[in-house]
Design a protein around this ligand. Sequence first.
Ligand code: PNS
Length: 162
Amino acid sequence: MTRAVCPGSYDPPTNGHLDIIERAAALFDEVAVAVLVNKSKRGLFTVEERMGLLAETVAHLPNVRVDSWHGLLVEYCARNDVQAIVKGLRAVSDFDYELQMAQMNQGLTGVETMFMPTKPENSFLSSSLVKEVATYGGEVAHLLPPTVHKALMARIEANRAD
Ligand code: PNS
């Protein structure tokens, strides 16, 4: 049984995340999509909300499950018998930091990281940019799974009313 994890903040999940998850699901027997909790960062969505959005987004993939984790990613991998961390690389600018993390994680427990190049149409796509563009009224529907788009627009509207 080969098991991989696609870790991330997923605040919120984008089409770029979904593409990497789908491609990982085709390569591994099981894929865990893990929302990593960063205590110092307050997200637009709670961890539970992100998990709900991910669950709807990956519902068509029978070998994918959604999870969350507070703490080191390598610890998650050890406890869940995960052999590979799968990360999408958008551009050279992602590479420095991702390489550092991959080497650190490999040194800590031996867990391997596999980098998957994003599709060119997702190379500029990030959750932060999508949130910024949507907040200022730009169109982001084509960048997000439909459920996520609906939830994002509702959250921005609710925050505006506050
Ligand atoms: O979606 P993001 O924010 O780019 O994901 C980064 C994430 C959450 C995968 C990374 O920060 C991470 O692995 N955090 C867990 C804590 C940890 O293991 N830190 C040491 C990394 S070497």
